[in-house]
Every structure is written in structure tokens, then in C-alpha cells.
Design a protein around this ligand. Structure first.
Ligand SMILES: Cc1cc2nc3c(=O)[nH]c(=O)nc-3n(C[C@H](O)[C@H](O)[C@H](O)COP(=O)(O)OP(=O)(O)OC[C@H]3O[C@@H](n4cnc5c(N)ncnc54)[C@H](O)[C@@H]3O)c2cc1C
Length: 447
């Protein structure tokens, strides 16, 4: 049975008409948080972007469904807070369980809303703001020449068309040799068609990376984390988000996020490591059994657990170097933070930065820079934490088995430092605090 949190979907966002054999200023591929935020931002700036997704909406996305800090700020800027709050569940706190009787509660606002509803609210808002949406699957085939009815047309012929002007009259700098033509399929009929655009944002997440094997990528990074979640009904006395840092998942955790009416988004996930094979479904089963035992009650899956990947660490920021006018946003770029996550908010933010970079190029704000140069610089400046190197080091050290055990034992279970872990998770403390000489000595010689 599919989880039914609400049947009141806003206006159904399905196929809004074909975008076939057309010239576009801006094409965005993938209607997750990253793709929708970039298209919405551009539509509000007066452009007429086209957005395609292989799925008909509303569609599910395997996720913990918790939209926190950064995500909420972006929703506010789009005037979407009311819609999201009305459909979702408000959280004020999160509880970090670092051992059986060792937990910390932190003030932390967030909203729990199944992605099926959340993404549909975003998409409906984008369509209402003028984004042209169409259900199409990008195949990964991309040409630097125009394709007309399956025949290549030399790029220079495109200059004689009226292409490049959006419905609002903003001109995308004249179409020419930098255009790309992408091959797309109608997912139902598999009918092939082509879309030519000057600027392209690819925001296809990280569940269908096969498209990138057809592109000329540079050091394309695979997903580095895996997680699994389902919707479970039980009379657990849990009203705020709970995270459990279990040793078998480290670096990773399991979670319980209440959605109301005794329905919980329950899941677990961790870093993909060569040294271990995580059976996430088994971990989740054991976690559910332990939780039922803890609260002396039973429950049932409303929607059984499904697994999905995550990509963190901005690992693909430069992967499309060879395509100066195409950029990756969201998890296809690796926008999620290692360790502390926040994927929805990070995807929304990277989408906006991608859109701002296109706006800057079209308005010639930085005449000597390419689109990908402007984008990369801004992501480095605005998204990477100031303690990024320490963060990466921390993440790396946790993947070395002996050190991982050591850190788990001495830090995660230490009664002296639960607040440190909480503060690192909420990015208040820099992870290099743990590696100060004082702390290393403390963890080595004191219990
Ligand atoms: C189990 C799990 C739990 C998580 N929990 C949380 C959480 O609680 N909070 C949080 O903030 N983050 C969470 N995340 C991370 C979050 O889900 C992602 O960071 C976020 O969805 C990334 O957004 P995106 O727009 O980059 O990609 P996605 O949301 O994956 O969207 C990509 C879109 O591209 C479309 N697409 C893919 N391929 C093609 C193609 N070839 N052609 C056309 N369209 C295509 C897809 O249909 C999809 O609509 C979780 C992730 C997992 C796996």
C-alpha cells in the first residue's frame, strides 16, 4: 500500500505540452528540488526556461522527507512556506542518540513532508510562474549541432533563426556555435525528439547516472552514500525527529521522523565503503524490531523500505568542464554535505546558484568568464563550509576502519563530548576541533 499522507495534491503537474525540436534559451533537466529551484528563479527573473523530467508528477522520491534550515529559507524566499507548512508536519527539535542512554536534544526547526507532495508543490509553483514543463527522458546523447528530424544541421545555420529570445523579450545573447542539442524520449512511447538550448542545467540527482556515461565527462564521481527508507505505522511516542548513531552504520545513522497519524518515515544509511557491505534493509529491520521492543508495541509497513544513493562533497563540480554552457546542480553535482546531509536544502541552493550564473552570463556581468567558471566560483564561495578541508578530512578519517572504531568509541560514546558531535552536525563547531592536540590526548588517555 502506498503511503497516503494527503490526497489533496495541488494542481496536478503533468505533461504541459511538448517541447519538441525547439530552440530554447535555457533547458533544465530533472525536476527535483535543484532543477525546480533553478527554473523557478529564472522564471521569476523574466526568462522562459523549459524543465523536463522523466517522471509524471506527483512522483515519489526515496527520502527522509525532512526539510531543514537552508531549505526552509529558500522556500520562504519563494513564498512557499505556507503551502509547505499546511501540508507538512512542523518539527522544533531533533534528538541525537549516541548510545542507548546517551542522547542530546537540540532546538532545530524543520518540516516533514513526503517528497511526493513536496516536489509537486514546488513544480506547481514553477509552472504557475511560467516554467514550461514537459515529461521527457534525457538519454545522455548531446550534440553541439542542431538536429532537425534526425538530421544534423551545421551550427552556423542556427544564427539565422529567431531563437534565443524568450517570451519576455530577454535575449539570450544570440544562438550560435555554443548551442547544444539533447536527445530526449517520451517515457511512455519511447518516441525520440531533440531540444536545442543555449544553456543547460542538468539536475538529475544520482539514481540514473547512466546518462553521464554517454557524455564526455571528466572524473565523474559515483554516488558515495546509500540509504533506505519506508513508511511505518506504529503507536511510538515520538513527536520530534530522532537520529541514532549505530556503530554498524558508522559513518551513517538511522532515523525516525514522525509525519502524524502514527505514520513515521523510518530509515538508515551510511557511506559506501570498500571495507564493508551494508545490508541496509536488514539494518532497518533490526532497528524497527529494537524500536518496537523499546516502546513495547508493534507496527506495520505502509510502504516497504526502498534504497537510493546520495552523492556528497561537490564531487562533480568540475565533471562537465568540456561543456562550457552546461552545468550540474543538486546531487548530480554532489551538493549534499558529507556526514550532516541536508540534501534538499543544498539541492535547492545549488539550483539557485546555477540559475544566477546563467543570469550573470546573459547579462554579461562577468564578460571574461564562462558559465561553468562563474558557477564553480560561486559554489566554492557560498556553499562549501569555511572548514571544508577539515570536514573532508574528518569524513575521510571516519572511513579508515581502525580509526573509525577508535573515533566511535572515544568520541561518539564519550560523555564528555556529546555536545561536540551535535555542534559539528549543526555546523556550529568545526570538525578540526576533534583533531586538536588537546582533544586527541583526551580521547587517547581518558575515558
Ligand atoms: C533514503 C534517503 C533519505 C534522505 N533524507 C533526506 C532528508 O530527510 N532531508 C534532506 O534534506 N535530504 C535527504 N536526502 C537527500 C535528498 O533526497 C537529495 O539530496 C535531494 O533529493 C537531491 O535533489 P536533486 O534535485 O538534486 O535530485 P532528485 O531529488 O533526485 O531529483 C532528480 C530528478 O531528475 C529526474 N531525472 C533523473 N534522470 C532523468 C533523466 N535521464 N531525464 C529526465 N529526468 C530525469 C528524476 O525523475 C527526479 O525528478 C535523502 C536521500 C535518501 C536516499
Amino acid at each position: 500500500m502506498a503511503v497516503q499522507v494527503s490526497n489533496n495534491y495541488p494542481k496536478q503537474a503533468t505533461d504541459c505540452g511538448p517541447i519538441l525540436n525547439q530552440y530554447l534559451d535555457i533547458l533544465i533537466i530533472g525536476a527535483g528540488p535543484a532543477g525546480i529551484s533553478s527554473s523557478l528563479y529564472l522564471a521569476e527573473k523574466g526568462y522562459s526556461p523549459a524543465l523536463i523530467d522523466e517522471a509524471e508528477f506527483p512522483r515519489d522520491k526515496v527520502c527522509g522527507d525532512a526539510i531543514s534550515g537552508e531549505g526552509l529559507r529558500v522556500l520562504k524566499s519563494f513564498g512557499l512556506m505556507d503551502a509547505v507548512e499546511q501540508s507538512g508536519r512542523k518539527y522544533n527539535k531533533k534528538e541525537l542518540n549516541l548510545g542507548l542512554d546517551n542522547f542530546i536534544t537540540m532546538e532545530n526547526k524543520a518540516i516533514g513532508l513526503p517528497r511526493k507532495v513536496f516536489d509537486n508543490i514546488l513544480l506547481t509553483r514553477a509552472i504557475n510562474s511560467g516554467v514550461r514543463f514537459s515529461v521527457k527522458r534525457f538519454t545522455g546523447r548531446i550534440y553541439s549541432k542542431t538536429i532537425h528530424n534526425g538530421m544534423e544541421t551545421p551550427a552556423k545555420e542556427k544564427n539565422s533563426t529567431k531563437a534565443g529570445r524568450s517570451s519576455t523579450g530577454k535575449k539570450a545573447d544570440g544562438f550560435g556555435n555554443n548551442d547544444y542539442t539533447v536527445e530526449v524520449l517520451c517515457p511512455k512511447t519511447l518516441q525520440k525528439s531533440f531540444i536545442t538550448a543555449r544553456y543547460i542545467i542538468i539536475a538529475t540527482g544520482c539514481q540514473s547516472d547512466t546518462v553521464f556515461s554517454r557524455m564526455d565527462t571528466e572524473k565523474f564521481a559515483k554516488p558515495d552514500q546509500a540509504a533506505c527508507r519506508g513508511y511505518y505505522r506504529a503507536a511510538w511516542p515520538v513527536s520530534e525527529r530522532k537520529y541514532f548513531f549505530l556503530q554498524e552504520l558508522n559513518p551513517g545513522y538511522s532515523w525516525i521522523f514522525p509525519l502524524g497519524n502514527d505514520v513515521f518515515n523510518v530509515g538508515c544509511g551510511g557511506k559506501i565503503l570498500k571495507v564493508r557491505k551494508l545490508n541496509l534493509k536488514q539494518c532497518l529491520d533490526e532497528f524497527i524490531q529494537a524500536t518496537n521492543k523499546r516502546y513495547t508495541c508493534g507496527g506495520e509497513w505502509l510502504q516497504p523500505p526502498q534504497s537510493a544513493f546520495l552523492r556528497t562533497n561537490f564531487s562533480n563540480l568540475k565533471a562537465l568542464k568540456k561543456y562550457p554552457n552546461i552545468i550540474l546542480a543538486g546531487e548530480s553535482m554532489g551538493s549534499t554535505y558529507p556526514f550532516s546531509g541536508g540534501g534538499i536544502g543544498k539541492a535547492l541552493t545549488s539550483g539557485i546558484i546555477a540559475a544566477q550564473a546563467i543570469d550573470a552570463i546573459i547579462l554579461r556581468k562577468s564578460p571574461h568568464k564562462t558559465l561553468s567558471e562563474i558557477y564553480t566560483e560561486t559554489i566554492n564561495k557560498k556553499m562549501k563550509p569555511s572548514y571544508y578541508t577539515a570536514f573532508t578530512l574528518w569524513n575521510h578519517l571516519l572511513t579508515q576502519t581502525p580509526l573509525e572504531k577508535f573515533i566511535y568509541k572515544r568520541v561518539f560514546k564519550s560523555h564528555r563530548s556529546p555536545d561536540v558531535i551535535a555542534n559539528i552536525l549543526s555546523k556550529k563547531t568545526t570538525p578540526d576541533y576533534l583533531f586538536s592536540l588537546k582533544n586527541i590526548l583526551k580521547y587517547l588517555f581518558f575515558k
